[in-house]
Design a protein. Sequence first.
Length: 228
Amino acid sequence: MFAFGKSENIILQSSLILEQSLFGDLLQGNFIDSYDNVTYKHVMVLKWFNTYCDSAKLLIKVDDDVFINTGKLIENLVDPKPPTNELDTFLQKRESLLFCGLNRRNPVIRNPNSKWYVSIEEYPDDYYPECCAGFAIIYSPDTVKRLYEEAQKASYFRIDDVYITGTMSKRANITITNLSPFVITESQRNALVKGEISENSIDFLVSFHNIKINEMKSLWAVKRPEKD
């Protein structure tokens, strides 16, 4: 599913409506899709999963410029074997899982010219709590439920990674599991695509964000599930 807010561009909004009518793969909230509203989008995804996905084993939320190693997911979700490594162990965990790259003690940006500017009134502390790097997050169903329920009790904060995976996870007593060792780097990705290293030599789940479409296609050609 692709998650959106509403677009103020009539042509774009019409395209989204057409996409949904053809493929049924969109989730759209009743708010303008903007950076300041991204927390609404995150909470919307949690609510939708909690309401409609009773039989799902995990929620996987990624940015649209992130590559997912779907073969690794299929191995652990469709017909899981006893885990033989740390990544498989995490992916087969079904309770209290919040699996993501870690942001540790990032300073609050007070520069009004910055995209990430936050006033003292919005957030009085000088540092954010430990939270997820939001390009890729994996949640067990109970984690989704607990985070969503905590979000209903709290005042809105527009930086969703801090709000949901930092403040709310702390209130829900959920510990973050670090995904960073299982994120393929740019140099590893290039070596894999060029055949300089074996496709089985890197046990990764996702890429970092900002992957271009042609780079995704090249990586997909190497790691598509039917090859495994």
